[in-house]
Design a protein around this ligand. Structure first.
Ligand code: G4P
Length: 536
């Protein structure tokens, strides 16, 4: 096997998707713990508690140079090179969170055993699902009361439309769990308290279901309940089918507790075995590029700016899609039509950043960007000059009208708005008849608005007047005639605007209003994404 194929086979690049507080930080930390990247859990957590307000966040970014939590964490485990893409939650939830999923080959959906599927999990799930990304489910917090696992399986199916194949099954009655049974290995892992509260790797007792020692440990009641559950699953549940997993139709389901480390290592090992290696990527012209192509290609999925205001530096994060990356190599940048030298590439090993000498498909590197890259840009070997398919547009949910406080600063204001929109920090809309003096800005997280204000002031010396609008839903409008679109002007319960490609978009405050408008405007269609980028 060629060196490149060997590297590809052993790489896993994934994102953890969850609702805030389900335990993503804790799980990430425990995966790093098993990977040997950190020795005593606690450091990822410590960083997290630092970022509260936007000003803190900016300060921290400045001091540390870059936030590791907002990019990618890399570690080695059992011969695998693992890249965990971070998907920020809480108040720093933004379009970046969605776009990061474009760089993943699979996702781990983390669910709180007591809460089930929560709103943010749902949103992130849909982005993955539309890409047919394989999704692995980890039900967390098994150390305390949790919901019946059959109910959780039903919820996955009813709310998300995905069937689950439990690989583990929790042992316990009425939500009080003692351990897990692994259906594939026919082994039991019982929880053993070690007094370290999860800061060290957990000791556990392992044995097969027929082992008299295990039977005795379980006791009759637990044993009988487990035997009954397993029989029901074997009879009425889905068969394990890797093809369906790979298409995102069936999710392998695991149970554990990140805080106490319980079930984390067995999950990690099974996940690495089953999850896909770096996958081929689609091009604009309908072709695909295979990772095993010896020639380098990559796309930019995230731009982090304002690392250091004195230098206005930006780092562009790119995912390598094919070939081998070598430090200092010159590649062709499709969007500018120019060759570019990738100097000083950075990689992010657990807690520090290091200069990368070489990297392979599935890896993420960050390069200093003098302002040439945009989200979704393609880089490739000079002989390929390829272009990856467009990045999807995500419907914003928060809208504000923005204008410069001082009309003399209109030029700077406009330049800033346009550049930040190119960078993917905001989506910009125009209202017909309104000139350059004001824009409608759309985002998915409030932090994006705060960042917009901060950056316009600090990087473009333009202070903002910002009025949040009472809308939370955006739909791209498709109509048979221009008149039908014109009819949407002057609505009481909505606003017609145009995106940067001049496509009409309607803003309303709820789904109900959409239906109201649709009923009164036959021939009109509302789409969650523009039709020309629908395929993701
Ligand atoms: P997030 O990144 O998804 O937002 O979640 P995070 O890991 O910060 O976890 C949220 C809370 O849930 C934390 O408690 C964390 O300790 C707890 N947690 C995570 N995994 C488990 C688990 O397996 N079992 C139990 N019982 N709790 C878990 P906190 O009180 O908010 O913070 P802390 O005081 O523990 O630091």
């Amino acid at each position: 096997m060629s060196e490149l194929l060997e590297k590809i086979e052993k790489r896993r690049t994934f994102a953890i998707i969850s609702h805030p507080d389900a335990g993503k930080t804790t799980l990430t930390e425990k995966l790093l713990l098993y990977g040997g990247a950190i020795h005593l859990a606690g450091s990822v957590k410590a960083r997290k508690s630092n970022k509260h307000a936007v000003s803190d966040w900016m300060e921290i970014e400045k001091q540390r140079g870059i936030s590791v939590t907002s990019s990618v964490l890399q570690f080695d485990y059992d011969g695998y090179r693992v890249n965990i893409l971070d998907t920020p939650g809480h108040q720093d939830f933004s379009e970046d969170t969605y776009r990061t999923l474009m760089a993943a080959d699979s996702a781990v959906m983390l669910i709180d055993a007591a809460k089930g599927v929560e709103p943010q999990t749902k949103k992130l799930f849909w982005v993955c699902h539309r890409r047919h990304l394989p999704i692995f489910t980890f039900v967390n917090k098994l150390d305390r009361y949790g919901r019946n696992p059959f109910d959780l399986m039903d919820e996955l199916e009813n709310v998300l439309g995905i069937r689950a194949y439990p690989i583990d099954w929790p042992i316990g009655i009425d939500g009080k769990y003692k351990g897990v049974y692994n259906r594939m290995e026919n082994t039991i892992q019982m929880f053993e308290e070690d007094g370290s509260h999860g800061s060290k790797q957990l000791k556990s007792t392992t044995g097969s279901l027929d082992d008299p020692k295990i039977k005795e440990m379980l006791g009759d009641e637990l044993y009988n309940q487990l035997a009954e559950d397993i029989e029901l699953l074997d009879m009425a549940g889905d068969e394990f089918d890797m093809e369906r997993v790979n298409k995102g139709e069936l999710t392998p389901m695991f149970f554990g507790s990140a805080m106490t480390n319980f079930g984390v290592q067995s999950f990690l090992e099974k996940f690495l075995e089953l999850s896909p290696e770096p996958q081929p990527r689609a091009l604009q012209n309908g072709d695909i590029v295979d990772p095993s192509n010896e020639k380098f290609s990559a796309f930019v999925f995230k731009i982090q700016a304002n690392m250091n205001p004195a230098h206005r530096d930006r780092i562009s994060f790119m995912r390598i899609c094919s070939g081998k990356f070598e430090k200092g190599m010159t590649v062709y940048h499709k969007q500018s039509g120019k060759p570019i030298k990738l100097a000083m590439p950075q990689q992010f090993m657990a807690q520090e950043r290091t200069i990368v000498e070489e990297a392979y498909p599935g890896d993420i590197i960050g390069v200093f960007d003098p302002g040439i890259f945009g989200i979704g840009d393609s880089l490739s070997d000079n002989s390929l000059k390829l272009q990856f398919e467009d990045f999807p547009v995500f419907p914003p949910e928060i809208f504000a009208r923005v204008q410069p406080k001082d009309s003399l600063k209109r030029k700077q204001f406009e330049k800033g708005i346009i550049q930040l929109s190119q960078e993917g920090a905001i989506q910009v809309f125009k209202q017909e008849g309104v000139g350059m003096e004001s824009y409608i800005v759309g985002v998915v997280g409030v932090l994006q608005l705060e960042v917009l204000e901060y950056r316009l002031k600090n990087e473009y010396s333009a202070q903002l007047l910002m009025n949040q609008l009472p809308y939370s839903v955006a739909r791209w409008v498709y109509a048979e005639s221009k008149d039908q679109v014109e009819n949407l002007k002057g609505l009481d319960n909505g606003m017609l605007v145009y995106d940067k490609k001049d496509r009409p978009v309607i803003l309303v405050n709820n789904e109900w209003a959409l239906n109201w408008i649709l009923d009164r405007n036959p021939g009109i269609q509302f789409l969650t994404v523009p039709a020309d980028v629908e395929k993701i």
